[in-house]
Design a protein around this ligand. Structure first.
Ligand SMILES: *[C@@H]1O[C@H](CO)[C@@H](O)[C@H](O)[C@H]1NC(C)=O
Ligand SMILES: *[C@@H]1O[C@H](CO)[C@@H](O)[C@H](O)[C@H]1NC(C)=O
Ligand SMILES: *[C@@H]1O[C@H](CO)[C@@H](O)[C@H](O)[C@H]1NC(C)=O
Ligand SMILES: *[C@@H]1O[C@H](CO)[C@@H](O)[C@H](O)[C@H]1NC(C)=O
Ligand SMILES: *[C@@H]1O[C@H](CO)[C@@H](O)[C@H](O)[C@H]1NC(C)=O
Length: 450
């Protein structure tokens, strides 16, 4: 028998007890651990409930050769395991944004696929990974190199991508295979209805990147991971036959910002003009970026009353008050805490309190203004802020909105799990990861007999 959620809700409202054996499959709670955010990682009190941890990334080109290249994880796998409960599966992600070359090559022929799969299997066995995540962004094109290699030159990947996944799955045996999939429809180049069926059959989990929905190719402001945008992303996959039980809804542990043009105002989160965030060659124009929920961004130590001129070129919030302000050759302190005078130092993210001559907006300062003044768009389900002074538009996800995503997406659509990018980015208070595991633990209020 099949009930719809609406009918079940009706029954619940009518006070009828639903006594069917409750579905006992717990939601998957998947977190990426990325190599750039390992300075502060949590203990088991915070990670309790996480079912899958994914170390990101192994270079996709390592597995195209015979013998393969050697993947050196950024942390010992045993140290990662020690951060989680005994049952947590630890996997490895291959690829990531900008790394498509190895996939393109590895997927191309029967022979290359077999070799690639064999090499990946060996790596996972050698290093003791429990599963593999393929982060090909994206098969068929629209990746970082889309201006260098047009999508028209990648049409074969639409055919080879599913074959590639099946070769990996066959080689991995009982180790699960997951894929990270694009959040916006235009980037689903390789997900034709015909191929989709084969893609979804090959994988055990679909990590839906339902974030970055506003990105550097956008022309206008929008929420980057709103409730409505996430729901639409899920439907893009359900519509082409993805089993809901394989989908993990993606959550972002960071905010995004975009520069708005001079002499414009932005009183609405959707549809404001932005300064072009991508150059004609497809590279990043440096007018947008991401800001993580790390302490250095959310609640940095106050600027010391007395600053000392740097003697070794380091500067900023991470030092004990070293500045480059007034330095003859290198007056700007970059976000990474080094003095210099190029755009990388003086442009966006220039730490203005430790610099003279910042040319870009101070995104770090603006982020705190945004968090303090954040506005909720109830219709779309997104937090946003427009900083008039710094001319930056901000978009992010709050714990309240995460709750809405469970209520309006994960629970009613009966998704198999949730996913987050990335654990180390939430280190200020670990509030997003705690909310994610707590909400996921409470999910599954309804049972749908089939
Ligand atoms: C991956 O390896 C290839 C080949 O060695 C190299 O050209 C490329 O820069 C690497 N990519 C990343 C993201 O490190
Ligand atoms: C996890 O494994 C460790 C080491 O084998 C063991 O001491 C501990 O009791 C286990 N914890 C649980 C909750 O099973
Ligand atoms: C590749 O493998 C498929 C299925 O095993 C087979 O039908 C096809 O002929 C092979 N193609 C080549 C070029 O070897
Ligand atoms: C794309 O394909 C065209 C036509 O086959 C070819 O001339 C061109 O060199 C290719 N470009 C790249 C970057 O591979
Ligand atoms: C942005 O504008 C350009 C130029 O009008 C257009 O080609 C592109 O498709 C637009 N991008 C989006 C995401 O709408």
């Amino acid at each position: 028998m099949k009930f719809s959620n609406e009918i079940l809700r009706g029954l619940a409202v009518a006070g009828l007890a639903i006594t069917a054996a409750a579905s006992t499959t717990p939601l998957r709670k998947v977190v990426y651990i990325d190599q750039y955010h390992t300075a502060t990682l949590p203990g088991k009190d915070v990670t309790a409930g996480v079912t899958h941890a994914i170390m990101a990334f192994a270079n996709s080109s390592l597995f195209t050769t015979d013998p393969p290249g050697k993947y050196e994880p950024f942390m010992k796998v045993s140290d990662v395991r020690a951060m989680f409960g005994n049952d947590t599966k630890v996997g490895v992600a291959i690829g990531g944004w900008g790394d498509t070359a190895g996939f393109s090559k590895g997927a191309s022929t029967n022979e290359s696929r077999a070799l690639y799969a064999k090499n990946v299997k060996k790596m996972t066995d050698d290093l003791g990974f429990d599963f593999v995540d393929v982060d090909w962004e994206y098969p068929g094109g629209n990746g970082a190199d889309y201006k260098q290699i047009p999508n028209a030159n990648k049409t074969a990947e639409i055919t080879t991508f599913p074959l590639f996944l099946h070769a990996l799955k066959a080689a991995l045996g009982c180790k699960p295979l997951s894929i990270a999939v694009p959040g916006t429809k235009p980037d689903m180049v390789a997900y034709g209805t015909y191929q989709a069926k084969s893609i979804f059959a090959a994988v055990d989990m679909i990590n839906l990147m339902s974030y970055d929905l506003m990105m550097r190719r956008s022309n206008e402001t929008n929420h980057h991971t709103s409730v409505v945008g996430s729901l639409e992303a899920v439907y893009n996959y359900l519509d082409i036959g993805a089993p809901a039980s394989k989908i993990n809804l993606g959550f972002a542990f960071y905010a995004k910002y975009f520069e708005t043009p001079a002499n414009t105002t932005c009183d609405n989160p959707v549809g404001c003009r932005i300064v072009a965030a991508e150059n004609a060659d497809g590279s990043d124009a440096g007018t947008s970026g991401a800001m993580t929920f790390e302490a250095a961004n959310v609640s940095p130590a106050p600027v010391p009353a007395k600053l000392a001129m740097t003697t070794d070129g380091t500067c900023g919030a991470a030092t004990a008050g070293l500045t480059c302000a007034g330095h003859a050759e290198a007056p700007c302190c970059s976000q990474y805490g080094f003095c210099g005078n190029s755009t990388d130092f003086c442009g966006q993210m220039c730490q203005s309190a430790y610099s003279s001559g910042c040319t870009g907006p101070d995104a770090a300062k603006s982020f705190r203004t945004a968090l303090a003044g954040g506005r909720m768009d109830d219709d779309e389900g997104g937090m946003w802020f427009w900083d008039r002074e710094q001319r930056l538009f901000w978009t992010w996800d709050s714990v309240d909105l995460m709750r809405r995503k469970f209520r309006e997406i994960v629970t009613p659509l009966r998704l198999g799990g949730v996913m987050a990018w990335s654990l180390g980015e939430d280190s200020a208070e670990w509030d997003h990861i705690r909310a994610l595991t707590a909400l996921a633990a409470k999910d599954r209020p309804l049972y749908i007999p089939t």
